[in-house]
Every structure is written in structure tokens, then in C-alpha cells.
Design a protein around this ligand. Structure first.
Ligand code: NAD
Length: 496
């Protein structure tokens, strides 16, 4: 890595968000360079696919081992570029490594050939379903979880048999480069199966147009729309993992200490820069006062910083600080109160618990992506659900209830892709569960069986086992067959 304060036009600097100092300098890859990477990936994809599930599992395992052995080194890079505390970086990498293991282990079960019952009308056919890889996948990543988030696409796309060209966020290129370098070290003979391109939005747009078979995009909705538009030109399918405005619902009788602890972690870990973070809490009448007292006393103990022992780090993107400030100011101007925090010191935002914030405030309607949370009193769970679902987003959320049965009933009614009951963000640690949203939060899934299938095309094969006495799909079909067919259909379906 080289460092330069004034990078020339064809390179860019990644910064340490705590200090604003240059961390490292990276090329801005051109359209032609991106296309060349995809051509190399296409060539490598044949060897990779030919390895089969067992061979790929071995290679993914080598990569996983390389990452696991050098985890502190990677956590240092994450801390330096993203700003999150070292222990949080370790937690993020731990989850990511688990996903590589899961994807490698389960790819054959989920994607391998299977027999399908052909049904009475095609009883002479043997039917098979299998999920071959697309070929080359372009992965466009964000900076907030620069290991865990892209890994949901990288590991699953690779395990399914695709080669990948990865464009990490311009804020965390060193983390992306580290992952790709670790792949090369673990699998030098298959170095071009996973390649890196770096740059800003235009480099991502070039990847959409470079001949890839699918794009897996993680980021905010506005660039997501541009990615879809670029992909539409070539009918390139897309996976969209976008933002959220998740809520926690706290019902009467819930464990308020556990709920407050979870709400704070969900809202403020990673400085609130979590797509599945908790940005709103709706608390029923009977629990509200005690919950507010619990969350404010806990929030008062948190402190942002870059030093060891800090609760969370700086805001990674300098431009985000202004958005967070605007959301807090709008909440206060509309009658809200900050029970803790509300202040900003450079890139560090104090833990901010907001109450009495009207529902039309931007702190309630837009993704804040900072260590802030609104806590709102509601008469009952019905109202909590109504407000929770009154958003164009639909990524995740949490429910705290006295009984887990009631919690699950409430969770089912949250319009989102994932909900945790009596916990927060717990679904993300279960590799077998799909991850993704609805509405403005995107579509498609990473993780789990669905996450593996996302990087494949279903392939249906029928094989004739014996000829039918009368061929239905032939111009030689006798006339009387139509009458017989009418009788058979009536017999099979007519009584319904
Ligand atoms: P962003 O949308 O600004 O950037 C994401 C990536 O898209 C970057 O690599 C960027 O260079 C690239 N990009 C930007 N414009 C592009 C274009 N026109 N064509 C192609 N690529 C382009 O998002 P961000 O600030 O890096 O990440 C934060 C957002 O991501 C938040 O909204 C967060 O909620 C969301 N997020 C979602 C998930 C999820 O799984 N649903 C996970 C993490 C983050």
C-alpha cells in the first residue's frame, strides 16, 4: 500500500475516519480495466465450475483458514478504514468466516441434481432439477460491514460455482483488497476466480456493463436504482441489498432490561451505521416509562472514540455527519427531546436517545445511519405494528414480548425480511437463514439456501423413460384422444 496526500486523478485515497488521515491509495479502475477483469474471470470460471462441490468446498476452506489465522490483521484494517472498535471488527469477521464454511458445506445439498416427481400426466418422464452457476458475478459492496456484508455474496456466489469480480466501497478498498489477497494466497492456482476492482460509482457502473451474468449490490437505494438501470441495458439480473429503518416493538410484560440493552446495541453499535440497526423503538403504554429510564441510563455509559475500550467509533463517511445532525435538529424542532447525546464532536456523534419525536420527523421517516434512536409511546402492539410498517423500507426489526409465542406472532406481522424475537440482529448469525428485505430495502436474498440459489439458474431436465402408447405432443395424435383427455381431467380435477 502506498499513501499520498494529493492522489492523482486515476487514484483515490481511503481515509482513517477517526483522524481524516490517508490510510492508503488505490487505482480508479477504468471501464476497459473492469471489462478485462471480467474476461479473466470468465476464463477462470470454467476451471472453478469444473472443480465440483467437493473441490470448491476445499478451496473455500483454504480461504476461510487463511482469514481465520490472520483475523487480527484484518480486524486492524477494518478498524483503520471503517473506524469500528477492534473487538467489533473481530465479531464481524467471525460471522463472515462462518458463512464461508456454511456455503461450502451446503452447496451440494441445495444446488445439486435432485429427482422431481413428474406427476401423473408425465409419468413416463424422469424429472431432474439442478442449479448450475451463472458464470461471473459482479459484487458491489458497502463500507459499513466491509467483510460481513460482501461475504454474503462472495462466499455464496463462489460456492455455487461462479467466478467473482468484487468492487468494494471507495471507503474500504483496503479491506476488500485484503480479502482478495487472502484468496490468492490460499488458492494461487485459481487467483482469477476472485478479483478486485477499485473506484467510485462509475467503476461500479462499469462492472454492471462489463458482461457479468449477475450483479449483487449492497448499498443505498439511490445508487441501487442506477445499478438497476445500468443492468437493464443488458438484461443483467440484480440482487439488491439496500437500507432500512428498522424498529423494535416492546410489548407489555417484556424484559425491559434485556430490551433496552438490545435496543442500544441495535441502534448504536458500529456508530449506528448498520442496515439492520434499530432506528425506532415503539413501546406500549405499560412499559414506556421504565423502558425510557433503562435505555437512558445505559446510553449515558456509552462513549464514542477510536481508543481501546470505546463503545463505538467515528462516522465513517464525513458527509453522513451532516445528515445525522439534520435528523436530530428536525426532531428537536418538531418538539422532540434528546434525553442523552444530541451532540457531535468532529466525526464522533454522542449516543442520542430521542423521545416525543413526531412520526413525520426525518429521524422517524429516513435512514439516519448514526448512533441515534427514537423511543415512542404507543397504546398497544397494534399501533406499534402500524407505525413499524408505515415505511417504504422493510429490512428487519426486533420484538420484545413477555412470551416468545406472542413475540413470534407479532414478528410475523412486521413487513420485513427478518425479525428477531427477544433479541436483536440475531438472525444475521444464523447462516442457514436468508437475509434481505422488501420495498426500498431491496429484493433477493443472501445467506442460507436462498442465498446459494440466488447465484444460480434453475435448470430443469426431463428424460423419457418409456414411450406412451399415445403421444400427446405429436401431430400424429389420434382425434379420440381429446375426448379421453377431457374425461381424465374431469376425473382428476373436476370434483374440486
Ligand atoms: P452506497 O450506495 O453509497 O454505495 C454502495 C456501493 O455502490 C459502493 O461500492 C459505491 O461505489 C457503489 N456505487 C455508487 N454509485 C454507483 C453506481 N451508479 N453504479 C454502480 N455502483 C455504484 O452505499 P454505502 O454508503 O456504501 O452503504 C450504506 C448503505 O448500504 C446504507 O443504506 C445501508 O443500509 C446499506 N446496506 C445494506 C445492507 C443489506 O444487506 N441490506 C448491508 C449493508 C449496508
Amino acid at each position: 500500500m502506498t499513501a499520498a496526500v494529493d492522489a492523482p486523478a486515476d487514484t483515490f485515497n481511503s481515509l482513517d475516519p477517526a483522524t481524516g488521515k490517508v490510510h492508503s491509495t488505490w487505482p480508479v479502475h477504468t471501464d476497459a480495466q473492469v471489462q478485462a477483469a471480467v474476461v479473466r474471470a470468465r476464463a477462470a470460471s470454467a476451471d472453478w465450475a469444473a472443480l465440483g462441490y467437493a473441490g470448491r468446498k476445499e478451496r473455500l476452506s483454504a480461504w476461510r483458514g487463511e482469514i481465520a489465522r490472520r483475523m487480527p490483521e484484518l480486524a486492524d484494517v477494518v478498524h483503520a478504514e471503517n473506524g469500528k472498535p477492534f473487538p467489533d471488527a473481530v465479531l464481524e469477521i467471525t460471522l463472515a468466516v462462518d458463512h464461508i464454511a456454511w456455503a461450502g458445506k451446503n452447496a451440494r445439498r441445495v444446488l445439486g441434481p435432485r429427482r422431481i416427481w413428474p406427476g401423473a400426466m408425465a409419468a413416463n418422464q424422469a424429472a431432474t432439477l439442478e442449479y448450475p452457476p451463472f458464470g461471473v458475478i459482479g459484487v458491489i459492496g458497502p463500507w459499513n460491514y466491509p467483510v460481513f456484508t460482501p461475504m454474503g455474496s462472495l462466499a455464496y456466489a463462489l460456492a455455487a460455482g461462479n467466478a467473482v469480480v468484487f468492487k468494494p466501497s471507495e471507503h474500504t478498498p483496503a479491506v476488500g483488497a485484503w480479502l482478495v489477497e487472502a484468496w490468492k494466497k490460499a488458492n494461487p492456482d485459481l487467483a482469477e476466480v476472485l478479483q478486485l476492482v477499485t473506484g467510485f460509482g462509475p467503476t461500479g457502473a462499469a462492472l454492471c456493463r462489463a458482461g457479468v451474468d449477475k450483479i449483487a449490490f449492497t448499498g443505498s437505494a439511490a445508487p441501487g436504482r442506477k445499478v438497476m438501470a445500468a443492468c437493464a441495458e443488458g438484461l443483467v439480473p440484480v440482487l439488491m441489498e439496500c437500507g432500512g429503518k428498522d424498529s423494535m416493538i416492546v410489548d407489555d410484560g417484556a424484559d425491559l432490561s434485556a430490551a433496552a440493552d438490545a435496543a442500544l446495541w441495535g441502534a448504536m453499535s458500529n456508530a449506528g451505521q448498520t442496515c439492520i440497526g434499530i432506528e425506532r423503538v415503539y413501546v406500549t403504554e405499560g412499559s414506556y416509562d421504565a423502558f425510557v429510564s433503562e435505555i437512558t441510563s445505559r446510553a449515558a455509559k456509552l462513549h464514542p472514540g477510536s481508543e481501546e475500550g470505546a463503545s463505538y467509533g467515528p462516522i465513517t463517511m464525513p458527509s453522513q455527519v451532516g445528515i445525522i445532525q439534520r435528523h436530530i435538529a428536525d426532531a428537536l424542532a418538531k418538539g422532540g427531546r434528546a434525553l442523552t447525546g444530541g451532540t457531535v464532536d468532529g466525526a464522533f456523534v454522542a449516543p442520542t436517545v430521542l423521545v416525543d419525536v413526531p412520526e413525520d420527523s426525518t429521524a422517524v421517516t429516513e435512514e439516519t445511519f448514526g448512533p441515534t434512536v427514537t423511543v415512542t409511546r404507543v397504546p398497544d402492539v397494534e399501533e406499534a405494528l402500524r407505525r413499524t410498517n408505515a415505511t417504504s423500507y422493510g429490512l428487519a426489526g426486533a420484538v420484545f414480548a413477555k412470551s416468545s409465542k406472542k413475540g413470534v406472532e407479532i414478528a410475523r406481522r412486521v413487513r420485513s425480511g427478518m425479525t428477531s424475537v427477544n433479541g436483536v440482529i440475531t438472525f444475521a448469525s444464523v447462516p442457514g437463514l436468508p437475509f434481505g428485505g422488501v420495498g426500498e430495502s431491496g429484493f433477493g436474498r443472501i445467506h442460507g439456501d436462498d442465498g446459494l440459489r440466488e447465484f444460480t439458474r434453475a435448470k430443469a431436465i426431463t428424460r423419457q423413460r418409456f414411450a406412451l402408447p399415445v403421444a400427446l405432443t405429436s401431430f400424429d395424435r389420434p382425434e379420440k384422444v381429446t375426448g379421453q383427455l377431457v374425461k381424465v381431467v374431469k376425473l382428476l380435477h373436476g370434483r374440486g
